[in-house]
Design a protein around this ligand. Structure first.
Ligand code: ATP
Ligand code: MG
Length: 307
């Protein structure tokens, strides 16, 4: 039984205006269940999830493939309707907010491979301004688009065709689009999965910084445990369709939890107060025995020996 009292506004479209003025956001999932339904079957995915996330911070959701991480954020941003339970923001049921209004308030950067736009990078990022736009394109919108391209460091891609970019460049454009929306709550599904190590670090660090600067709650799904542990304020670790552990990285990222959730042996070392996992593999097969192998490159006709 739910114990929360839902706040409802008489004017449906004004809830988001009220939430925009709330200095501290308080997102609550109460006894949330979700099952995918096909004609003959139901596939339960999330069961009895109750969690409360309060304040501007970077929260990472970790967990194995198929555990329900993407499904969970889809239930939070109304892409999916929970089978049971409620999602509230400062007591208001998100069900009572129109999708159009919600888009002014919640941003979503989907998993990278799903989007495809026959548009320039500028126009793609400009789509993020759509929930705020009136008629035509305002100079303000273009200024924000340019700011976001600079923030992500891709202003040189502004006139390129989105469909001709690399996977990592796509991901950066989608991030810029999400940020151009200027949401108070931002959901990101594996936002750094295609990025090189420099950008994995820079973008994750930037998300934590923006949570403070823009008073924004950032909820990110990640498979990179070490980067999530290094920068997240809190971590939610999922297992078996539910929440297995949550809290500060040092409390959640433990050898025991990694073993239980991922079935992987790992040792955890602490680096500047943050946990860092190192995989342990006891398989001592030596593949180097009696086996010849090499890779040779040439440069200007000479065998390449490196820089
Ligand atoms: N549209 C759908 N119809 C039926 N089942 C689905 C659908 N989408 C996802 N599922 C199933 O729901 C479960 C959770 O999927 P979800 O995408 O939320 O996992 P995830 O934790 O995000 O995994 P990953 O790390 O691989 O992205 C999986 O078993 C998946 O097969
Ligand atoms: Mg997923």
């Amino acid at each position: 039984m739910s114990t929360i009292t839902l706040r409802r506004s008489n004017e449906k479209d004004s809830i988001v205006d009220k939430l925009q003025n709330e200095p501290v956001l308080d997102v609550e999932l109460k006894n949330l269940d979700f099952a995918y339904k096909s004609r003959k079957k139901t596939f339960p995915v999330l069961e009895d999830i109750s969690v409360r996330i309060r304040g501007a911070q970077l929260v990472s959701i970790l967990g194995p493939n198929g555990v329900g991480k993407s499904t969970l954020i889809h239930c939070m941003n109304r892409i999916l309707d929970p089978t049971a339970g409620a999602v509230t923001i400062n007591g208001y049921d998100v069900d009572g907010i129109s999708i159009k209004d919600l888009a002014k308030f919640m941003g979503y950067v989907p998993y990278s491979s799903v989007d495809n736009f026959p548009l320039s990078v500028t126009d793609t990022v400009l789509m993020g301004r759509h929930p705020h736009s009136k008629w035509g394109t305002l100079d303000d919108d273009l200024r924000i688009v340019h700011e976001m391209l600079c923030l992500i460091g891709i202003e040189d891609l502004a006139d390129r065709n989105f469909n001709e970019l690399s996977a990592g460049q796509h991901q950066k454009v989608m991030l810029a689009r999400g940020l151009a929306q200027e949401p108070r709550i931002m959901f990101l599904d594996e936002p750094t999965s295609n990025l090189d190590i420099k950008y994995q670090l820079e973008i994750t660090k930037m998300l934590r910084r923006l949570s403070r600067e823009k008073n924004m709650m950032v909820i990110m799904i990640s498979h990179d445990i070490n980067i999530a542990a290094k920068y997240s304020d809190n971590i939610i670790m999922m297992h078996d369709g539910g929440i297995f552990a949550l809290g500060k990285p040092a409390d959640v990222i433990t050898s025991e939890n990694i073993k239980h959730v991922y079935d992987v042996d790992a040792k955890v070392i602490m680096d500047e107060g943050r946990p860092h996992i190192i995989m342990i593999d006891d398989d001592d097969t030596n593949y180097d025995d009696d086996h010849e192998f090499s890779v040779i490159a040439t440069k200007s006709g000479e065998t390449y020996k490196g820089p």
